[in-house]
Design a protein around this ligand. Structure first.
Ligand code: 13P
Length: 247
């Protein structure tokens, strides 16, 4: 019912030439993927990536965008600028942006609303810190982040949103949530969406992210509520990413 979606978040890696080379390596390896495949290179690589992706089954995503339409926002990139490059998806509220660039639940929400208004698919990241997990408040944290990210989203737009559950302690650490833990927390996220928007929550795709790799992808993807992955480190190598995509 929910088509799996596997996205690569390249973070601050790859020059434009390197991006094109990685995509050219990746294309044949994922050509018959059952899942939707997305790569999210840095903003400076998007034009080169779009050219390299032409005619393939891989979609283009960005890692961030501003929530204003245009204007005096030095260094920022708008939804229209992304659309002009053929971008379809945009990661919003990654924990690294929340932590290092002061993004808040409020700015995340504004970005989600702007992305939807413009026709970009937001991949909204939520996830708990280690101390929150250890304090037993994981469910509350992700429920709150999810509800605030989706505040004022039109009922008809909810099913378009992709959520990525990324426990912060599992990002780049080699530690993965167990498949049961990840699935249970994703069920909490789905329940929170259901409380606000009703049964359309069953249509929302919720990814897992955090040290997902060729070794653990099959088990994670077999879980009832895990509808895909947001892949960091393992998305930087064509072979590894293709193995996750073809889990
Ligand atoms: P890693 O796969 O490197 O742990 O990163 C996950 C992530 O943050 C994807 O957005």
């Amino acid at each position: 019912m929910r088509k799996p979606i596997i996205a690569g978040n390249w973070k601050m890696n790859k020059t434009p030439d390197e991006a094109a080379a990685l995509i050219n390596d990746l294309k044949p390896l994922v050509a018959s993927a059952q899942a939707e495949v997305v790569v999210c290179p840095p903003a400076t690589d998007l034009a080169a990536a779009a050219a390299a992706l032409a005619g393939s089954n891989i979609s283009l995503g960005a890692q961030n965008m501003d929530y204003h339409d245009s204007g005096a926002y030095t260094g920022e990139v708008s939804a229209d600028m992304l659309l002009g490059l053929g971008v379809k998806y945009v990661i919003i509220g990654h924990s690294e942006r929340r932590e290092y660039y002061a993004e808040t639940d409020e700015t995340v929400n504004l970005k989600v609303l702007k992305a939807l208004e413009k026709g970009l698919t937001p991949i909204v990241c939520v996830g708990e810190k280690l101390e929150e997990r250890e304090s037993g408040v994981t469910a509350e944290v992700v429920r709150k982040q999810t509800k605030l990210a989706l505040l004022n989203v039109a009922q008809g737009d909810v099913a378009k949103v992709v959520v990525a559950y990324e426990p912060i302690w599992a990002i780049g650490t080699g530690k993965t949530a167990t498949s049961d833990d990840a699935n249970n927390t994703i069920k909490e996220i789905r329940a929170a969406i259901k409380e606000v928007f009703g049964n359309v929550a069953e249509e929302v795709r919720i990814q897992y992210g955090g040290s997902m790799n060729p070794k653990n992808a099959t088990e994670l993807m077999a879980m009832s509520d895990i509808d895909g992955g947001l892949i960091g480190g393992a998305s930087l190598k064509a072979e590894d990413f293709s193995k996750v995509v073809n889990y």
